[in-house]
Design a protein. Structure first.
Length: 74
């Protein structure tokens, strides 16, 4: 007999489930926003979902134990 919890966990871990979950959330937000605006509310202001920052690069000295030999240059 198959383990339900393991199978369900595997299902939830799939990329397709994440895509479907995001689409469902987007539809719920769009529907709520339409109702909000039609009831006289102000539409939400656009906002950045994710903002990426480039960290300062620090080079590891070649004699450091965490140093990795590479041909990539900065």
């Amino acid at each position: 007999m198959h383990d339900f919890e393991k199978s369900f966990g595997n299902f939830l871990d799939r990329r397709e489930y994440g895509s479907a979950q995001n689409a469902l959330f987007s539809m719920a937000r769009i529907a709520f926003t339409a109702g909000w605006v039609s009831a006289g509310g102000n539409p939400p202001k656009p906002q950045n979902v994710v903002e990426l920052f480039r960290p300062e690069r620090a080079t590891t000295p070649e004699d450091h134990p965490d140093s990795i030999e590479t041909d990539i240059t900065l």
